[in-house]
Design a binder for this molecule. Structure first.
Ligand SMILES: Cc1ncc(COP(=O)(O)O)c(C=O)c1O
Length: 332
């Protein structure tokens, strides 16, 4: 049942997603957090590298192929998970990969990801600020010539959003099969926004009707531009709705619950709550990190304490071991 979205919307079949993932991803209980608590394990979405990006890349790769691009140019923080997923895809597809980066606080995951991106052949263009990296990406001369595919941060774009509409239909099938209860609440990290945007659409079309809690992990704006906020996510969800040719009047985002208080000092800055959540997660078999999933899991644990109805943590961070050539192994 890789893409229930295609069965539901035959017109979308033309997008021809490419199988990169092992779907469906498992749902597993989190009994020590609460008997009503569950996790959707996108950490094992794919080999050799899982997480939420691989679901998106299944929908992005056919677009890259259709455009006959030979080079993918993307944008992310210094230790970007999306950059690593893209670099590994490019290596597999024999495409050049260029990544414009902006600073984030150093961490073992950041160092490991950078070493792994380089080992996969990606060229990193390090900039001193988000503004400068974004300008490098937006104003790249390759935009004027053929053969370049520009992939926004987080592997997010309109087709990528459909991956998480599909993922919600997948969850609904698991609920219907009795593998987990229908979640009243779903908690997920929101960075570039396509994951939660797709989930909002999937929430409506699947009939799950959960409350979707988006945990903001990045600054909301950069000058006049939206970076990570509810307005942007709503816009992305509406775009996905339109791609599915659904009636405008049926579009709603009242299931979106936006939380900005887990961000702390900023993107990639660990908070006390995220550190505690990482420890709790580890004791419950979840591999989490400080930038995204630790903050989201902190929110989940707090919510779980205050509710007794089924709630589900959407685990978006890869947990497969990232192997590096011996001489590329970073020191902690
Ligand atoms: C581990 C992890 N979780 C969550 C997210 C957020 O997903 P999105 O960028 O689609 O909002 C990211 C994105 O970079 C991520 O790397």
């Amino acid at each position: 049942m890789g893409w229930p979205l295609l069965e539901r919307f035959p017109a979308v079949q033309a997008m021809a997603p490419v199988a990169l993932c092992d779907l469906p991803t498992p749902v597993s209980p989190l009994p020590d957090i609460g008997t009503h608590c569950w996790a959707k394990r996108d950490d094992v979405s794919a080999h050799p590298y899982g997480g939420n990006k691989l679901r998106k890349l299944e929908w992005v790769l056919p677009e890259i192929r259709r455009q006959q691009a030979r080079r993918v140019i993307t944008l992310g923080a210094t230790g970007t998970n999306a950059g690593l997923a893209t670099a590994l895809l490019c290596q597999r597809e024999q495409l050049d990969c260029h990544i414009f980066t902006f600073p984030q606080p150093d961490s073992p995951v950041v160092r490991r990801n950078r070493a792994a991106m380089r080992a996969a052949g990606a060229i990193l263009h390090d900039h001193r600020s988000l503004l400068s990296a974004a300008l490098g990406w937006y104003l790249h001369p390759g935009r004027l010539t053929k053969g370049h595919y520009f992939l926004y941060a987080g592997c997010s774009n309109p087709v990528a959003t459909l991956a998480y509409a599909n993922a919600m239909l997948e969850l609904k099938q698991q609920v219907d099969a009795g593998l987990c209860p229908a979640p009243r609440d779903i908690v997920v990290a929101a960075g570039s926004g396509a994951t939660v945007a797709g989930m909002l659409v999937g929430n409506l079309i699947s009939g799950l009707n959960s409350r979707v809690h988006a945990i903001q992990v990045a600054q909301d704006r950069l000058g006049p531009f939206s970076v990570c906020n509810a307005r942007l996510v709503t816009h992305m969800a509406r775009q996905a709705w339109q791609q599915l040719a659904l009636p405008e009047a049926d579009f709603r985002t009242d299931s979106l619950h936006w939380h900005d208080r887990y961000l702390g000092p900023g993107y990639g800055h660990p908070t006390a709550a995220s550190r505690d959540a990482i420890t709790t997660g580890q004791a419950n078999g979840l591999t989490l990190e400080t930038t995204y999933s630790g903050k989201a899991f902190a929110a989940f644990c707090e919510l779980a304490e205050h509710t007794s109805t089924p709630c589900l943590f959407w685990q978006t961070f890869n947990s497969q071991p990232v192997t590096l050539p011996a001489n590329d192994t970073p020191t902690d």
